[in-house]
Structures are given as structure tokens and as C-alpha cells.
Design a protein around this ligand. Structure first.
Ligand SMILES: [Fe+2]
Length: 445
């Protein structure tokens, strides 16, 4: 017998409650993996001035969870109102965080555990309907994404850390055949979303965009191709770089992707979470900044895709004219679709995920490496800040470039075809690579 409408709604609500509990538990398990493997001295140390001490990330995760879920959604008394200020990312630059009177690792673990117990109580009691913060469990989804974003940031701290390896993971699946380039004909598509319940404010609203015809490469740029750029003097030819890019290349002394070293036999090696490993030719290049991507593109006679081109390649289904959640459709990613979730601690070779390709044959848009786009970080038409201006709005128009698609370090809850990430064009510690695009020739229209 079919469920009555009320019973069907109740059933949907319970499924949502289960999903929230699952994603919160998965985030916390990941946080534990990244913090339980290091001793107290390493947790409080600053491994790079670009990063917080790991123990700051840990308590900050708990503090955001307390602010939004315990106090706001739950309407409960504060757990530790006295530490809010210490863990406010806008009050203290990363470089200054080691000097703050932070909770020590044991206190931080106790704090995040206490907060989580209260949150599970709040979750049990919440109708998951009503005001926008609570409807569809938005605040819970936002906090799960927040923790996973910090888990990716903490993974980047692990990569910057020196010392013996502490993380392990299985090898990603081997690569396979792909096309070189895919032509996407001119036309309108729907960019952004109104319907994805946990999409963040900067992904909204859905809006039509006319995209002129373009060609996009079927895979991210590989290490093999990047080595050709280096061998062809890519780092020594100012004409390949923008003025700003060249100034940065000289000042920072860039000669190869971060974490690469060349041995006396001219073989490139890469330090991956404390292990020196030969650069694998068919893996996407990672740890390059936007300026390096820009110079490579000029060398190759192409350019970076705009954000709209990237999203159209990732979401537009020409058969139905609609935009999907992912290149392969709307089903949640698993290990067949994409290299996500720190399942592997390196990008997979190109062509490793045929089941994750778009209908037109564009591979690995989701997972493996974040992809730099040509676009700055700006609001969509009709943007409204939600639930707070500091999530996105204060960054619009700044010196940022948008990155798309997530990396091997990104969890699926924080990755979809509409998801937008942004960073400064000089940043290399993030798990970022790129793919190339170009305008169509007259005979291709
Ligand atoms: Fe944060």
C-alpha cells in the first residue's frame, strides 16, 4: 500500500536525518584520521605560515558547529562562548594563530566531542523544516561541508609538513583511453542552482547563460605534458607569462610545480605526504598556481576555460537540454565515478574514471585535482548572502580565481557540478591543476 502524503513526508524526513548523521560521522572520522596520527608537538606546530596549526582547525571545526547547530538551530546555551573569538577566522590571520592561547589537543578533542553530542540531540529534535537555515537540514549540511573543507585544508598541511610519512592510502585505478578535445556547440545552459538543498549561497541562483561554442580538453593537463613545458624553457620565457605572472615567477623562484625535485639523471620526483615518488607521467599535474597554468596555456596555444564553460562541460546534457548535478547524472559519487574523499592520496591517471565522464566524453571534471578557471570570483545575478556575508560576499571582486571540481582531498558532500572554490592566483599548496580550452575555428561552428 502506498504511504499517505503525511507518512511519505515523515519517511523523507527520517531519510534526511539518517543522511545528516552519516555525513557528520564521516566528517568526524576524517578529522580523526588527520589528527590522531600526529603527536601533541606536531598538532600545535605551524608547519607552514600559510596554514593554521592543526589543533586550531580542530577546535575551529567544533566552534563553528557550536555556533550554528547548538546555539542557532538548537537554541541551546553556549558550550564555550569564551573561545569564540580565538577561533574566528576573520579575527586572526593564519600566521598569527600559533601565538593564541589555544585549547591544547586534549581540550580540543574534548570540546569537539561535547559539541557533537549536543548536535546529535539537536538533530533528533529538529523538524528539518521551517526557517531557511533549518529547512532540508541546510545548516547541518553546511557544517558537514565546513568540516570537510577543513579536512582538505588539514590534508594540505600534512603535505607541507616535513618528517616521516604518517598517512597511507591505496593506489588509484589505472588510466585509460580518452579523446583529446571535446567541442561544445554554442548555446544557452542553466548555470548554478535553486534546487540543490545544501548548495551554498555563491552557487545560487540558477540562471541562463549563453556560452559561445568552445573546445575543452577531455582530461586535466598531465605531468608528462607539463614536463614538456619545463623542458621547452617554459619557466625561462617571459613572453609566455603575463606581466604579473612573470614578476611572481621571478620573485618566488618558480622552476617546477611545488614539491618537485630533479635528480642528477634528469628524472623528476615528487614529495607526496612525506614519501619521494617518481613523477607519474599520466597523472594530472598538481600544486601549480594560476600563473603557471596561464603560462602553460599560452605555451600550448590555448587558454583556461571560463567558469561558465567549465560548468557547461560538467553539467549540460544536450539530450534533454537540462543541467545535471554531476557529469554522469544526478547520482551521488562513489569510487566508480571520481577520485574523491581522500580514498587515494594522489590524482588518478587520466582516463581512470570512464563511468564519471560527461555524455560528450569529458573526463575527471569531478575529483583528482581542483581546476583553475580563467574567471574571478563574482556573484551570480540575483545573489543573496546566506546565512552570513562572510561565507562568500566579502570575497567577491577580490584577487581570486575560481577553481572547480574538487580534488582527491575533497569529500563528496562538498563537491558537485555547481560548487565554486576560490583562491589567490599565487597559491600552490592547494590540490590544484587545470585543463585547457580554446575558441572554435570558423570551420568548427
Ligand atoms: Fe572555517
Amino acid at each position: 500500500m502506498p504511504l499517505s502524503p503525511n507518512a511519505a513526508d515523515r519517511h523523507e524526513t527520517e531519510l534526511l536525518r539518517d543522511r545528516i548523521a552519516t555525513v557528520l560521522a564521516r566528517s568526524r572520522a576524517r578529522t580523526a584520521v588527520l589528527t590522531d596520527c600526529l603527536d601533541e608537538a606536531e598538532l600545535v606546530a605551524q608547519h607552514s605560515r600559510l596554514m593554521s596549526p592543526l589543533v586550531w582547525d580542530l577546535a575551529h571545526i567544533g566552534n563553528q558547529e557550536e555556533l550554528w547547530l547548538v546555539r542557532d538551530v538548537g537554541g541551546r546555551e553556549p558550550v564555550r562562548a569564551d573561545i569564540d573569538q580565538l577561533y574566528d577566522a576573520f579575527k586572526h590571520a593564519r600566521a598569527d594563530r600559533p601565538t593564541l592561547p589555544l585549547l591544547d589537543p586534549a581540550q580540543a578533542r574534548g570540546y569537539v566531542g561535547t559539541v557533537r553530542d549536543k548536535v546529535l540531540d539537536v538533530l533528533d529534535a529538529s523538524p528539518l523544516t521551517g526557517r531557511p537555515l533549518v529547512a532540508d537540514g541546510f545548516a547541518f549540511g553546511m557544517i558537514a561541508q565546513h568540516e570537510q573543507q577543513h579536512d582538505e585544508t588539514m590534508l594540505a598541511t600534512h603535505q607541507l609538513r616535513t618528517g616521516p610519512a604518517v598517512l597511507t592510502a591505496t593506489t588509484p585505478p589505472p588510466g585509460g583511453p580518452t579523446a583529446d578535445e571535446i567541442v561544445v556547440p554554442a548555446g544557452e545552459f542553466v548555470m548554478g542552482t535553486d534546487t540543490d538543498p545544501w548548495a551554498l549561497d555563491n552557487e545560487r541562483p540558477a540562471h541562463p547563460v549563453h556560452v559561445p561554442g568552445f573546445a575543452i580538453e577531455a582530461t586535466p593537463v598531465t605531468n608528462a605534458r607539463y614536463q614538456q613545458f619545463i623542458a621547452d624553457g617554459g619557466y625561462d620565457r617571459p613572453e609566455l607569462w603575463s606581466e604579473r605572472g612573470w614578476a611572481h615567477r621571478v620573485e618566488a623562484g618558480l622552476v617546477a610545480p611545488q614539491f618537485w625535485e630533479r635528480d642528477s639523471g634528469n628524472q623528476w620526483w615528487r614529495r607526496v605526504f612525506g614519501v619521494m615518488t617518481p613523477v607519474r607521467p599520466q597523472q594530472p599535474v598538481v600544486h601549480v598556481c594560476w600563473f603557471e597554468a596561464e603560462a602553460f596555456a599560452r605555451w600550448a596555444g590555448k587558454r583556461l576555460p571560463t567558469e561558465a564553460e567549465w560548468e557547461k562541460a560538467a553539467r549540460f546534457d544536450p539530450a534533454t537540454g537540462t543541467s545535471r548535478r554531476y557529469p554522469w547524472g544526478d547520482t551521488t559519487p562513489d569510487e566508480r565515478h571520481a577520485n574523491l574523499g581522500q580514498r587515494h592520496l594522489e590524482p588518478a591517471e587520466v582516463g581512470a574514471y570512464p563511468a564519471g565522464a560527461s555524455p560528450a566524453g569529458v573526463h575527471q571534471l569531478i575529483g583528482d585535482v581542483w581546476e583553475w578557471t580563467a574567471s574571478g570570483f563574482d556573484p551570480y545575478p540575483g545573489f543573496r548572502a546566506f546565512p552570513y556575508r562572510e561565507y562568500s560576499e566579502v570575497f567577491f571582486g577580490g584577487d581570486y580565481r575560481v577553481l572547480r571540481g574538487g580534488s582527491f582531498g575533497t569529500d563528496e558532500v562538498a563537491c558537485r557540478g555547481t560548487f565554486r572554490n576560490w583562491d589567490h592566483p599565487i597559491r600552490r599548496q592547494i590540490f590544484a591543476g587545470f585543463r585547457l580550452a580554446r575558441d572554435l575555428r570558423a570551420d568548427e561552428h
